[in-house]
Write a protein that binds this ligand. Structure first.
Ligand SMILES: [Zn+2]
Length: 579
């Protein structure tokens, strides 16, 4: 190693690289760990970065803090293993490959071939590994990059499967039907983590629509910011205790903008508090009454035939809901059960028909309306508005400025959409989450109680499945004959249940694992795997045990490395990797 004799000879780069190579030659990091093998362990867990993106300066900051504490504990005599880790699954990887190969839809990926596509994903995750290693070494972050845990390894996946089976056996992993923010372009639903990444302020048309009551000559007004959900309308929700007013139009307004209108003598019903806000015409009040007087009354469907009644007695009637307020709109909530979380819950509660008017590709299904069938819903706002106007069912339109979630990868507006999905029942373990969080020593302390605590106090069941290709496959097989569900917890279990002659996946990824047919334990029928992969936050979140291939790997390794003493990550991980 060259040392400068005078300040003019000082070449900081040579000095730094010389020092680094001396450390490497002497294996100083390894020695500093191995020499303390009998010391008290100080357990560090490395949050895994993804190497398909270049390291940035914020990574240097995080790694400085990681290194500082681990080095200090080492100097105090502790045994501080520092296993590196890589996050290698999930949508970010797929999107990168999709962009490079111009495969911007699921159809394009499937035409290209899932096997080839996943091969590309597997390679792409190492694109910037050398850059990461160089950054890590140059900044002297001591971490074992030669034996890292990698979320795409079979051993890592097997540990995730083990954890999923544990949840399944406790009833914490379930298949549901839930309205989720969904991007028709990427073909995937998003977790609340991902939705939080993509809010944009947009101005869109909102409409006040007339729903004609069948037992009297008056219309109930309801407001919506998503005209494309109107063909899916199956109910109107009112607040039972909210005061409503019935008015008769007596004269035209002084001025008018946009479509819509009302005839002299026409009668309209809405919340009394919102009358001034909504109504532009001169009117006389006929009567006021509580919302409970409206409950059960039928109205004419806006798009007859778009949704089948399917035996429902409550379809196209007024329904009471305590959560209806008069803060905006008309105090009447247009209910399309497949396109809103509250709508869906209400629909299930009172028995509204649950049918889609929109396909997974974001286009109206055939049979909705000749002017809409097959068209992308977000392109149809003006058509829907014109159809309402022409039918005399539009009172007003109004541009509406609001924050609306967009796909954090493609920038497209997300649709709230009822879809098949697998969930982890986080709501069932909320008290445990809060209890364990209170035992964590957070720095700064407000993050634990505030930002992260807030997140946990509002915990929702975690939509954990993705209709994607590159990720940890969901290890649930369903019997085609009897519908029995089986969650596999190891490769050994998968092999032992495989049907004779069925291929048994050696690489646990799709498409190989999809070809493995299991024998139903209930009826001996064929079981097919549910075609989902896991949210990649789930697999990286398994790092504390999956990094040691627990419980299949070296005995005692996990037990000796848990609980963790030190984790240091960016504050955004309170909505990401920390859960
Ligand atoms: Zn069966």
């Amino acid at each position: 190693m060259a040392s400068p004799k005078t300040t003019s000879e000082l070449d900081s780069v040579t000095l730094e690289t010389g020092l680094l190579s001396t450390w490497q030659d002497e294996k100083l990091f390894e020695l500093s760990v191995d020499n303390r093998v009998d010391g008290e362990p100080f357990i560090f867990l490395e949050g895994p970065p993804t190497a398909n993106g270049k390291p940035g300066i914020h990574h240097v900051v995080a790694r400085t803090y990681k290194d500082l504490v681990c080095r200090w504990k080492t100097m105090q005599g502790n045994f501080v293993e520092r296993k590196g880790g890589w996050d290698t699954h999930g949508l970010p990887v797929e999107i990168e490959v999709q962009k490079r190969l111009d495969l911007m839809s699921n159809e394009a990926i499937e035409a290209f071939g899932m096997e080839e596509f996943n091969k590309e994903c597997r390679e792409s995750v190492w694109t910037y590994e050398a850059a990461w290693r160089e950054m890590t070494e140059r900044m002297a972050y001591w971490c074992d990059l030669d034996n890292p845990y990698v979320t795409l390894h079979n051993t890592y996946i097997e540990s995730c499967w083990w954890a999923l089976k544990k949840m399944f056996e406790k009833g914490l992993l379930y298949r549901g039907y839930k309205v989720l923010p969904y991007c028709p372009q990427t073909g995937t639903s998003y977790s609340s983590h991902e939705v939080a990444l993509g809010y944009k302020e947009v101005e869109e048309p909102s409409v006040y629509v007339k729903f004609k009551l069948e037992d009297t000559d008056a219309s109930i007004l309801a407001w919506t910011t998503t005209p494309w959900t109107l063909p899916g309308n199956v109910g109107l929700a009112v607040g039972p205790d909210v005061e409503y007013v019935r008015v008769r139009v007596t004269a035209d307004p002084e001025n008018w903008e946009g479509h819509g209108g009302a005839a002299i003598g026409e009668e309209l019903i809405l919340a009394k508090d919102l009358f001034k806000e909504v109504i532009r015409h001169h009117c006389e009040e006929i009567e006021t009454f509580p919302g409970s007087d409206l409950i059960g009354r039928s109205y004419t469907p806006l798009f007859p035939g778009a949704v089948d009644r399917d035996g429902s007695e409550t379809a196209w009637t007024v329904i009471g809901a305590d959560w209806v307020t008069t803060t905006d709109g008309t105090g009447v909530v247009h209910t399309a059960v497949m396109y809103g979380e509250d709508d869906y819950n209400l629909g299930m509660e009172v028995g509204l028909p649950a049918q889609h008017t929109v396909g997974m590709d974001g286009s109206f299904l055939a049979g909705t309306h000749p002017a809409l069938d097959g068209r992308y819903v977000k392109d149809c706002d003006s058509t829907v508005i014109e159809l309402m106007h022409d039918a005399g069912l539009l009172y007003r339109e109004k541009m509406y400025l609001h924050d609306y979630p967009h796909c954090w990868r493609t920038g497209h507006p997300l649709l709230y959409y009822a879809m098949d999905s697998w969930f982890v029942r986080m709501t069932a373990v909320k008290e445990m989450l809060l209890e364990f969080n209170s035992q964590v020593e957070w720095a700064p302390d407000w993050v634990g109680e505030g930002r992260f605590g807030e997140w946990l106090r509002n915990v929702k069941d975690w939509a954990i499945s993705r209709e994607r290709y590159w990720g940890t496959p969901l290890p649930v097989w369903i019997c085609k004959e009897c519908g029995h569900q089986h969650c596999v917890g190891s490769t050994e279990e998968m092999s032992s249940m495989a049907k004779e002659g069925s291929p048994v996946a050696e690489d646990l990824h799709r498409p190989y694992v999809d070809d493995t047919v299991l024998v139903c334990t209930e009826c001996n029928g064929d079981m097919k795997r549910e075609p989902f992969v896991m949210d990649c936050w789930f697999d990286s979140g398994c790092a504390s045990f999956a990094q040691w291939h627990h419980p299949f790997g070296e005995e005692g390794k996990f037990e000796n490395n848990f609980p963790i003493d030190y984790i240091c990550e960016g504050v955004d991980q309170t909505r990401g990797w920390f859960y």
